[in-house]
Design a binder for this molecule. Sequence first.
Ligand code: SD4
Length: 302
Amino acid sequence: ENNFPIVISTWGFGIPANQEAWKTLSKGGRAVDAVEAGVRIPEADMTNHTVGRAGYPDRDGHVTLDACIMDEFGNCGSVAAIEDIAHPISVARRVMDKTPHVMLVGDGARQFAIEQGFKAEKLLTPESRKAWKEWLKTAKYSPVMNIESKQSRQGSKYNHDTIGMLALDAKGNISGACTTSGMAFKMHGRVGDSPIIGAGLYVDNEVGGATSTGVGEEVIRNVGSFLVVELMRQGLSPEEACKEAVQRIIKKKPETAKQIQVGFLALNKKGEYGAYAIQDGFSFAVCDSKKQDLLIPGKYFY
Ligand code: SD4
């Protein structure tokens, strides 16, 4: 039996984001409009330092944002390492709708956004600046990937949580969106999995969709979200597919995997969902006609 409309997204901040998406879904709107509207909520949230405005900067003090969106026709748009624009998801949507391209990066993405009427503004808040200055005291410009993800498991301020959202609308069409400020204090120019179609997000209207959160490098290496969707195509449930994708990461780099977090979230065309992560601590939010604010802990290996 089908369960849609439905919207699911990564982490606790997915609850208010889902509720925003639900406004579109419950009126019979398109999933792609719902996911764009939904993820704009954490993008605008000043208390959230991992998505959009107020995101932690890179190690040089630049806030650089990554986002992508994909619809039921396989249309997609993406921006990577964009600066000064508070809603990268909506720029990604414009790339999809208004250009012959899929992905714009850095200055070109910023320039396109401004041409499209987006406001350029400084996204580094005094609080984020302080956290960065604090980090600089000890960081000595060494990579922080592993340390950071351990802290993220403990709920540290250095977490690097992305919102990935998947929705089926009343017609049963699927779309997804993914947006993040990426890894806190990353190298300038570093791009994670989140804006990469197939890595941080993938949807296929014949099968379902998947999205990811955690250390993007490992997700890119395994083309994670595409893998999850292909596994569902072969008959795996959303949870089984996410588990297998996580296992793939662990198998390839067992020692690295113990130190990092990666979580996958998936939704199939019937409206069944599931998730799996390397470590404890991952959770996802579900919103459908029965319940609007469900938060489910992700299953995990370690
Ligand atoms: C990245 N995947 O930039 C993102 C960060 C993230 O939970 O999802 N953190 O690698």
